[in-house]
Design a protein around this ligand. Structure first.
Ligand SMILES: *Cc1c(COP(=O)(O)O)cnc(C)c1O
Length: 220
């Protein structure tokens, strides 16, 4: 497992160097969803600090204790966020990558005020126009970003996408970068176990890697 981690970090570094980017510009988000604490511990012990979870409830069970034991842990929410879990998510997560609708953005703005605690937010874009997938549609992205920034005074730190399964992800990565560039957004969360090197070649600042670090997810 930790040898997987080292391997992925080397691959990230060479993918960055291959396109003339400093490796430190790319953050590895280790996706620990479904995995138990015993599986996550060795990865923490070998120095990894940024993790991704896709369910608020699961993260609430696993991470408060781990955050107490390890300094500097940053937790990213990479799964859909229901409005009734926003308050809990705001306390648990450092980055919410899946902001994708006005109702959720408004709720976040309100809860940031009420709790005097903020997370970084990324907007999820449904680059593949998939009905079953979360994310704002590409054509509505500029307007939604403006709503977040101008009306709700939310700082939009990044964009995130999950390209359709079994498609070439390159056009999706390029589309996400275009939307980010024209809106002056710095961070791009894109690329998973199968395509993180390609994502780095297309400007990813954050890659979300699960299986290649932790192995196959139990029950999948
Ligand atoms: C599970 C998940 C990942 C990690 O996928 P792997 O193929 O295991 O690397 C990345 N992003 C999101 C949004 C996920 O849900």
């Amino acid at each position: 497992m930790t040898s997987n981690l080292m391997d992925i970090k080397e691959k990230i570094a060479s993918a960055a160097e291959n396109c003339g980017r400093p490796p430190k510009d790319i953050t590895l988000v280790a996706v620990s969803k479904v995995h138990i604490v015993e599986t996550i511990l060795p990865v923490l012990e070998s120095g990894q600090r940024v993790f991704g979870e896709n369910r608020v409830q699961e993260a609430a069970q696993k991470w408060p204790a781990l955050k107490n034991s390890f300094d500097g842990v940053k937790l990213h929410l990479i799964g859909p966020l229901q409005t009734n879990k926003v308050r809990q998510a705001v306390h648990l997560f450092d980055v919410i990558e899946t902001v994708d609708r006005p109702k959720l953005a408004r709720m976040l703005a309100r809860i940031f005020e009420e709790e005097a605690k903020r997370c970084d937010i990324y907007i999820q874009v449904n680059t593949g126009h998939e009905n079953q997938k979360a994310g704002i549609l590409p054509d509505s992205a500029d307007e939604f970003i403006a709503l977040c920034r101008d009306d709700l005074k939310l700082e939009v730190r990044g964009l995130m996408c999950i390209p359709p399964f079994d498609h070439d992800s390159t056009p999706h990565f390029k589309l996400l970068k275009e939307i980010a560039d024209r809106n002056n957004i710095k961070n791009l969360s894109m690329g998973m176990s199968g395509d993180f090197e390609k994502a780095i070649g297309n400007g990813a600042t954050h890659v979300r890697v699960g299986t290649a670090i932790f192995g196959a997810r139990p029950g999948y």
